[in-house]
Design a protein. Structure first.
Lengths: 378, 234
């Protein structure tokens, strides 16, 4: 079999023009598919950045909430109720809102403000510079060092700006595992200070962050919260809810899906057509092999090998090209939202396998139909 | 009486059905003997190629039997027939059907590769056969760089490398000039034919009739007669 596959390999690779055309087609298709889905994955990841960065196990929210940014404030008694539920180790309120800061140069910059529970600072970010306790200092704010950081003029500890006519001072710089979706910097302060600085609605608890005593307590907590008319989700469920919202309710997912499908069709068209031409041009040769003594299944193996080989090389090149483009794009635009995850790669692999299967199916049909007698007849 | 290599009995082949039926070969019987060079001749459309295809295990007859070295060829499965062709029969096609993307040596090695012999060993063995046909120095060239006569010799080397008992040649001189054609047939007769091998050639090139032991004359799908060739008379 190795000799047959070597023969198939040489027939494919030595036909440089066709081989390159096949590679270009599949590489281009894979590049587009991975690029599209990577952007989508990046968007979804960023849409859930607050959930990831805060790190709470269970989030309690209004049932109408679809994304972190679109929180619906809840009355104070919800937090009290949640604390009283069996299985809750502790529960704290989280403030989340948008605001405008006035920078030293007079420019205004929208920011996202997270107000942590004053007592526990539950959901605190990992510090890069300064101490988390300094958040209690007068006018203290901690800025997140993410891709939006420079929009605040690359602040340092001690940098002063205005927030709703209040003086605000940077007392620490925090890291973040994920940047936000909307391209605005994030500030942390205490819950109380956030309430004082930012004009608020009647209720101010955006979320209630819950630490259960054990994983087995979560279903009970969810059930009790539901009885009150609110929703309790684990962090994974909340991320999934956000993903579902962006995927199915914003048009973003559909557009990405359409672009991915178009990429697939383009790839299939180019490689399918080229592979079919390759088979047609070699049809007589396959017929000659049959006449000499090659069995039908051996020719099928040869064609499958050719289709699989060119598809996998194209897959590798496409992923490599996409990785390079994303890497270069992130060098120029640090907030570029694209990330290659296992799902992208699996999707691209699946699509490429389908391209290989369809291309080889067409080829196999033609090759199996050719009769050695046709070779004699000329 | 020499040993029979191929025994064809009452072969019939038609294409299409009912009103569209065209009979290509009608009730043809003949033997091919070991050590013999047999020609099948006749005008275009007389059924030569169809007959050749039936006796070489390529085209299933509608009626009749073909026994090759005692094996009833058409009682075998398709895979068994393919394996039989690979082991017992060597083909030289009219248009050679060499692979332009392979080297000359790789082209010659194909039957061994189909027999699952290792690639490198097969190509190495191909060099020996290219040496026999006088083309060892062209081993690394693609066939398109060779002349028509040289390509024909490559095709012969490919047919010979598996050491088949029967060699089938379809119009081997059709695209060659007179001298080259005669040289090729002389070469086949002197270098390829032996007491354990039979050669069947389909041709309508009268210039090479002199090399045949016997000649089958086909006309309108029927065997019009078998004549002794000049080689036999000599």
């Amino acid at each position: 079999m190795k000799g047959l596959l070597t023969l198939a390999y040489k027939l494919l690779v030595n036909d440089r023009a066709k081989f390159v055309a096949l590679l270009v087609g599949i590489t281009f298709a894979v590049f587009l598919m991975v690029q599209m889905t990577s952007m989508f994955a990046g968007v979804l990841s960023r849409a859930s950045s607050t959930v990831l960065n805060i790190g709470a196990r269970v989030w309690v929210m209004d049932p109408a909430v679809n994304t972190v940014a679109s929180s619906i404030p809840m009355p104070d008694y919800v937090a009290d109720f949640v604390r009283s539920v069996d299985g809750v180790k502790y529960a704290v309120s989280l403030y989340s809102s948008g605001a405008l800061v006035k920078l030293k140069d007079g420019a205004f910059q929208p920011v996202s403000v997270i107000g942590l529970d004053d007592t526990s600072l539950y959901g605190r970010p990992p510090m890069e510079l300064g101490r988390i306790e300094d958040i209690y200092a007068e006018n203290g704010f901690i800025v997140v060092h993410d891709s939006e950081f420079e929009k605040l003029g690359n602040p340092k500890i001690g940098t002063v700006f205005e927030l709703n006519d209040h003086r605000a001072v940077i007392v620490g710089i925090a890291g973040a595992s994920s940047s936000g979706l909307f391209g605005i910097p994030t500030l942390y302060t205490t819950y109380t200070r956030a309430q004082q600085y930012i004009p608020s609605t009647r209720f101010t608890d955006a979320y209630i962050l819950v630490e259960p005593k054990s994983e087995s307590d979560i279903p009970h907590i969810k059930a009790e919260v539901a009885k009150l008319g609110y929703l309790a989700l684990t962090s994974e469920e909340f991320i999934s809810r956000i993903s579902t919202y962006y995927t199915y309710k914003t048009g973003l997912g559909m557009n990405i899906l359409i672009m991915t499908a178009i990429s697939f069709i383009v790839g299939l068209s180019i490689s399918g057509q080229t592979f079919y031409t390759f088979i047609i041009e070699n049809l007589e040769k396959f017929g000659a092999l049959k006449a000499i003594g090659a069995k039908g299944r051996e020719l099928v193996w040869m064609i499958l090998f050719q289709a699989t080989f060119v598809s996998l090389v194209g897959l590798g090149l496409g992923i490599g090209l996409c990785t390079c483009v994303i890497f270069l794009a992130k060098l120029r635009m640090p907030n570029y939202a694209a990330s290659i995850v296992a799902g992208n790669l699996l999707l691209a692999f699946g699509m490429v396998i389908i391209i290989a299967a369809i291309s080889s199916y067409i080829g196999v049909r033609r090759v199996l139909r050719i009769e050695p007698f046709d070779i004699f007849r000329g | 009486m020499p040993d029979v290599a191929i025994a064809a009995r009452n072969l019939q082949k038609w294409f299409g059905e009912d009103a569209a039926r065209t009979v290509a070969v009608r009730d043809v019987s003949f033997d091919v003997y070991l050590g013999e060079m047999l020609y099948i001749v006749g005008p275009s459309g007389s059924g030569k190629t169809t007959l050749l295809s039936m006796v070489s295990g390529i085209l299933r007859p509608n009626e009749g039997q073909v026994a090759v070295e005692g094996t009833d060829l058409w009682s075998l499965t398709n895979d068994e027939i393919a394996e039989f062709r690979l082991r017992k029969i060597g083909f030289v096609f009219q248009d050679y059907h060499l692979f332009p993307r392979l080297t000359t040596a790789e082209n010659v090695a194909i039957p061994l590769i189909l027999r699952r012999e290792p690639w490198d060993e097969s190509v190495k063995k191909a060099l020996t056969y290219l040496d026999v046909v006088g083309l060892k120095d062209r081993a690394s060239l693609p066939p398109v760089k060779l002349s028509g006569g040289e390509q024909q010799r490559v095709a012969i080397a490919r047919a010979m490398i598996g050491q088949p008992d029967i060699l089938i040649l379809d119009e081997p001189t059709a695209s060659l000039d007179g001298d080259t054609g005669r040289n090729i047939v002389t070469f086949i007769k002197e270098q390829v034919l032996n007491a354990h091998r039979s050669i069947v050639i389909v041709t309508h090139d009268a210039r090479i009739y002199e090399y045949a032991h016997r000649i089958l004359n086909m006309e309108d799908g029927q065997l019009k007669g078998i004549t002794q060739g000049q080689a036999s008379a000599k």
